[in-house]
Design a protein around this ligand. Structure first.
Ligand code: HPA
Length: 280
């Protein structure tokens, strides 16, 4: 079923695009959706027009696939993503990522808004994801394995590609962007965490917490895409912050740090494009 949905979605995108699909796909998280405005867009597809694609229902998630260039670097952008808390069958979350792989993508750059587990990494900070903890209790790869796509039991030792991490760090230095590194922990949401949960997550070695990214990373690693991840810290997590948390705060912080994230991302995408030229 998933395989058919992927084939249908890939055909629909390829027909519309009529050109090569970019090797790099960027998933824009809460508050980063506006990155699309900085792109030269050559094709734009609403998820609703891609057969088999789950449609995002969250406020602030546009639900569009933009294809074009950013700072001259070819990229496909998911403007809006699907989350476990929206109630999808986790397997459906595999469809977009596998579709990109089928179309020839090689890298998946995942971005998100996240709560920080450190007072010293406050709102507006950027954290490159070095590793993750899947605390969602879900996995899009549960169920029968398609051996043509990937191994049943696959390795996650370097889930976040070391070379891409180096390139992101170099892009941060180039653009003068302070960049932290850390471990991202994924819950299903939709609630923000309790202070007791946050204390536990800290002891487990998590640095930031959110409700996305991990499902996509799992699907990407299974089918052999290289992954990079960036968290935009929108708030101090529950109990670390004296204030109650809200979605509005998450969105507002995204607006504030947009220029900085956008510059970092463009510099990183350029490095990806250079890597393609070298590798070609
Ligand atoms: N917790 C979970 N998800 C989030 C948070 C948070 O504090 N901030 C932004 N997304």
């Amino acid at each position: 079923m998933i395989t058919e949905a992927v084939a249908g979605a890939a055909n629909a995108i390829a027909e519309r695009l009529g050109a090569d699909f970019p090797k790099t796909v960027l998933v824009l998280g809460s508050g980063l959706g506006r990155f699309g405005e900085t792109m030269e867009v050559t094709a734009e597809l609403s998820y609703a027009d891609i057969p088999g694609f789950p449609v995002s229902t969250v406020q602030g998630h546009a639900g569009r696939l933009l294809i074009g260039t950013a700072g001259g670097a070819p990229v496909a952008c998911m403007q809006g993503r699907m989350h476990l808390y929206e109630g999808y069958d986790p397997q459906q979350l595999a469809i977009p990522v596998r579709t990109f792989k089928r179309l020839g993508a090689e890298r998946l750059i995942l971005t998100n808004a996240a709560g920080s587990l450190h007072k010293t990494m406050g709102p507006g900070a950027l954290m490159m994801i070095e590793d993750h903890i899947n605390y969602s209790g879900r996995n899009p790869l549960m169920g029968p394995n398609d051996d043509d796509v990937g191994l049943r039991f696959f390795d996650m030792t370097e889930a976040y590609d070391p070379a891409l991490r180096e390139m992101m760090q170099a892009a941060a230095v180039e653009t003068g962007t302070p960049l932290r590194h850390g471990v991202y922990l994924c819950t299903t949401g939709p609630n923000f965490e309790t202070p007791a949960e946050i204390r536990m997550f800290r002891q487990w070695g998590a640095d930031a917490v959110g409700m996305s990214t991990v499902p996509e990373c799992l699907v990407a690693r299974h089918c052999g895409l290289r992954v990079a991840g960036l968290s935009m810290i929108s708030n101090l997590a529950a109990g670390i912050s004296p204030e109650p948390l809200s979605h509005e705060e998450v969105m507002e912080e995204g607006e504030k740090t947009f220029a900085q994230v956008s510059a970092l991302m463009t510099a990183f995408l350029k490095r990806c494009a250079e890597e393609d030229v070298k590798g070609a």
